[in-house]
Write a protein that binds this ligand. Structure first.
Ligand code: GDP
Ligand code: GDP
Length: 435
């Protein structure tokens, strides 16, 4: 958990090709399940049983006022600050450029692991040229070809070796972990202060040994949980915070370390594209979600305002619509406890395990009332259903012809599950399996 890799390097060295190679197949599966669109910004990858996240800096919009190289420089600095491992891609065909030297200079100053990939080494003849890149003063260097895959195995072996060790709190590892995420200025640090405030006697910050994320324990009003990466929220970085890349890196780190994410949006701005992107990051990580519409005190309200807001958010995230939305004010503290109660509810829903006998009793009856439509004269018989032992809710329906069960019927099954049990705040995955 929380192995975050940032790919940096100048344009055209092959960052995006590498990103696709690392995340390709698995990404496709993840998206098919979650129904979210693929992009090159963020993906999950696997090597030797280790899961990690990859962010390609080249995919991000940058500030148009800045000169180009300055922007990339910023992205490198953010990557150094926020990622666990930095992968620096250079191009064997062009050789070492001034720009590469500049990036290398920044990277030599960090204590974080840096792996240099000399890309486009498509054949053995180019291997000697790859060694010229040692002149940049970075030790961990791998000649690879992102296009044909040569050398990527050695690189990945090394990558999973250099990930930092876990720093989950030693005690009480089973406590729920919540995090507050969202765009700059939504009110995250304000609500955090409202939650934990100055009451230091009940707040125990546990700082990580190998990472800079911090778990703050909240233990009052009968609740006991960790707020994750609150340091990240509090430690502002005004230089970078208008960069999308920066917000995304921050959000990813917090999401990966949490069970439930409170996505805070600014009511005065509405639910915008970037809010939607952060929401999708939560979905891809299969974490619980609670949406907080903050600064509610600033909104002129009539009896339709809440409903309109809710509809706007849910329709943007459809077909996933079963999640809590809480209208808060960090300023007046309106409903901030409801935000916590909802997060706890979602956490409990995430851990809900329904027995197979209960599931079959309820779901087989529903299926009998509304069987899957027959296709080309073939009848689909669903024989039984079981909940999978996964971290987020997933169900396998066993039947004679799984390939004939289409999306609308799967959605029907999902909705029936949601009617009978509480999976508010969570995506529910439905799999059809051959029996
Ligand atoms: P980015 O701008 O750094 O993301 O670079 P891209 O991934 O878009 O690649 C730039 C160009 O280099 C494309 O034409 C790729 O097909 C090509 N390219 C990427 N990796 C390799 C490689 O390993 N070998 C060769 N020969 N070309 C590559
Ligand atoms: P962050 O960047 O998400 O951590 O946002 P901050 O907590 O720093 O808040 C940004 C600005 O919005 C500050 O000026 C806060 O005082 C203000 N703010 C935060 N929450 C509320 C709220 O619920 N109502 C109002 N009126 N202002 C708020």
């Amino acid at each position: 958990m929380g192995n975050l890799v940032a790919i940096v390097g100048r344009p055209n060295v092959g960052k995006s090709t590498l990103f696709n190679r690392l995340t390709g197949t698995r990404q496709a599966i993840v998206n098919e399940e979650a129904g979210v669109t693929r992009d090159r910004l963020y993906g999950k990858a696997f090597w030797n049983g280790v899961e990690f996240s990859v962010v390609d800096t080249g995919g991000y919009a940058t500030n148009s006022d800045d000169i180009f190289e300055e922007e990339i420089r910023k992205q490198v600095l953010i990557a150094i600050e926020e990622a666990d491992v930095i992968v620096f891609v250079v191009d064997v065909i062009t050789g070492v450029t001034d720009y590469d030297e500049g990036v290398a200079e920044l990277l030599r100053r960090t204590n974080k692991p840096v792996l240099v990939l000399v890309n486009k080494v498509d054949n053995h003849d180019r291997i000697p040229e790859a060694s010229y890149f040692y002149s940049m003063g970075l030790e961990d260097l791998f000649p690879i070809s992102s296009i044909n895959g040569a050398g990527t195995g050695e690189f990945l072996d090394r990558l999973v070796e250099v990930f930092p060790k876990e720093n989950t709190p030693e005690e009480d590892v089973d406590l729920p972990r919540f995090t507050i995420i969202g765009r700059p200025n939504a009110g995250k640090s304000s609500i955090l202060n409202a939650f934990i405030g100055e009451e230091r006697n009940i707040v125990t910050p546990i700082s990580g040994t190998t990472r800079d994320s911090i778990y703050t324990r909240y233990n009052k009003f009968g609740h006991d949980f960790y707020l994750v990466d609150t340091a990240g929220v509090r430690k502002k970085n005004r230089v970078h915070e208008d960069l999308e890349f920066y917000s995304v890196m921050r959000a990813i780190r917090a999401i990966e370390n949490a069970d439930v994410c409170m996505l805070m949006i600014d009511a005065t701005r509405g639910f915008e594209g970037q809010d939607q992107k952060i929401f999708q990051l939560v979905q891809r990580n299969k974490k619980g979600i609670v949406v907080l519409v903050n600064k509610w005190d600033l909104i002129d309200k009539d009896h339709t305002t809440t409903k309109k807001f809710e509809e706007q958010i849910r329709s943007a995230m459809a077909p996933f619509t079963d999640f809590p939305i809480v209208f808060t004010s960090a300023l007046t503290k309106q409903r901030i406890h409801k935000a916590i109660e909802k997060s706890i509810e979602v956490y409990n829903n995430r851990n809900l395990k329904i027995t197979t006998s209960q599931l079959n009793e309820v779901m087989l009856a529903e299926i009998e009332k509304n069987p899957p439509p027959s296709i080309k004269g073939k009848f689909i018989r669903i024989k039984y259903v079981t909940q999978l032992p996964t971290q987020s809710p997933a169900f396998a329906f066993f039947c004679n012809l799984p390939q004939y069960v289409k999306e609308p019927y799967k959605r029907f099954l999902e909705n029936k599950i949601r009617e009978h049990w509480n999976f508010n705040g969570l995506q529910v995955q439905i799999f059809m399996r051959k029996k």
